[in-house]
Design a protein around this ligand. Structure first.
Ligand SMILES: C[S@@+](CC[C@H](N)C(=O)[O-])C[C@H]1O[C@@H](n2cnc3c(N)ncnc32)[C@H](O)[C@@H]1O
Length: 396
């Protein structure tokens, strides 16, 4: 365990198992637990899962404390937060839905010949950095090994609460080794947060996870994601360059049209929202603006839904064309129910086609299996269809 790491301490108080994440380890630092002082110097340089035996001041009680690298789950839930994180299990389910397969570095994906990283993810917003960490883990194998020489110095700041802690953490000069390594990256996670303090906090947290092992694969930015896209597409004559766009922030539907033209053909758009109705709003936005995105899946993530629950969200097609001017009857029985109920099927959505002029089709919006549970959130996953870039559409 290294200087700068946040380390998990575990001990027992009576029958209670207790856990605490340390501040980033410092040579002269310490962490107090149940009146026992744990000196960071006892942990630095040790392998994970070291036992530190402490004796109480009166010498009568012994406390066995174990120090180890936290799991991603422990790290996300126990680290100081400025915004609610995506819990590690949900973040991991999201990454698995994206089905990312990192190609190891080769001459074929050498950025000197391809003109930049061949696999690029945009995430907005960064928030706690929980999903950022997992995305970075998923792509890390595509890049040359990120050894100690390219890892950052531990940040002097530990948390960003505002006030006098608001000064930039991360404006330290970068090492030549890091600058050179970055040019060799095949894959990168760009993560953008409108709040500079959230950006700073996430950057600092990710530095404190296991010797900053995932930090070099990430570029952090502060600003509005629309401005980020605008800057990237106007400053360089950029062709669509994003393989994956993830929107996890309020009002996601307002941002879809801004990012879509920067997505490669076949690129994936994923939104994570607290309410199923927000997925429905995205479906409508994509259909009415004809954004060329095809809905792949709608999945609910929550406690007790191990792999997520599939939902059917689409613009309904009407069996009776006479009803096209209105909405469904009271029972909703006129809606075309093409997806078999209670079957975990992939949604083939009519939402990728525009509604006919003059009609506002009602939405189908229901779980495909099981009963409704609370908590978690909803994931909508779309794929960019080939030849739907607005420039191409204008030209045709
Ligand atoms: C729910 S949090 C994201 C949680 C995060 N994905 C995680 O894994 O912990 C939403 C974040 O979106 C940011 N945000 C809101 N509007 C934004 C915008 N227009 N551009 C970029 N970030 C934005 C907020 O500052 C906030 O940090």
């Amino acid at each position: 365990m290294y200087i700068g790491d946040r380390v998990l301490l575990r001990w027992k108080q009576g029958k209670l198992s207790k856990r605490k994440l340390t501040r980033p380890l410092r040579e002269d630092g310490d962490t107090v637990i149940d009146n026992h002082n744990i000196k960071h110097a006892e942990i630095i340089g040790q392998e994970s899962d070291v036992r530190l035996q402490k004796v109480s001041k009166d010498g009568l009680r012994k406390l066995n404390v174990f120090a180890r690298h936290p799991s991603l789950d422990d790290f996300t839930s126990l680290s100081p937060r400025r915004v609610a994180p995506i819990y590690a299990t949900y973040a991991s389910a999201i990454v698995s839905l994206l089905d990312i397969h990192a190609e190891p570095p080769s001459a074929e994906n050498d950025p000197e010949t391809t003109g930049g990283p061949s696999f690029q993810i945009l995430e907005a917003g960064t928030g706690h950095g929980s999903l950022t960490l997992q995305l970075s883990r998923a792509i890390a194998a595509a890049n040359p090994p990120a050894g100690k020489e390219v890892r950052p110095e531990p940040s002097k700041k530990t948390v960003y609460k505002g006030g006098d802690e608001s000064d930039g953490p991360i404006d330290e000069p970068e090492s030549d080794a890091l600058i050179a390594w970055r040019k060799q990256r095949r894959a990168v996670v760009h993560t953008v947060d409108i709040d500079p303090l959230n950006r700073a906090h996430a950057d600092t947290l990710i530095r404190s996870f296991r010797g900053a092992v995932y930090w070099p694969h990430i570029n952090f930015y502060a600003g509005d994601v629309k401005d980020w896209i605008h800057q990237r597409t106007t400053s360089t004559d950029q062709k669509p360059f994003l393989d994956i766009v993830i929107l996890d922030m309020p009002g996601v539907e307002e941002y879809i049209s801004s990012v879509v033209d920067s997505m490669k053909d076949g690129g994936q758009l994923l939104v994570f929202v607290p309410q199923i109705t927000q997925i429905a709003t995205c479906v409508q936005e994509i259909a009415t603006k004809d954004l060329g995105l095809k809905l792949q899946k709608v999945v609910e993530l929550g406690d007790g839904i191990s792999n997520g629950r599939l939902w059917d969200v689409r613009m309904a097609t009407l069996r009776n064309p006479k009803m096209a001017k209105g909405v469904a009857n009271d029972s909703g029985s006129s809606l075309e129910d093409s997806a078999a109920e209670n079957q975990p099927v992939e949604v083939t959505s009519s939402a990728s086609t525009s509604p006919s002029i003059g009609t506002i089709p009602p939405m189908v919006c229901r779980p495909l299996v099981g009963e409704l549970t609370r908590g978690g959130g909803f994931v909508g996953l779309w794929k960019r269809m080939a030849g739907t870039n607005s420039e191409q559409v204008k030209a045709s």
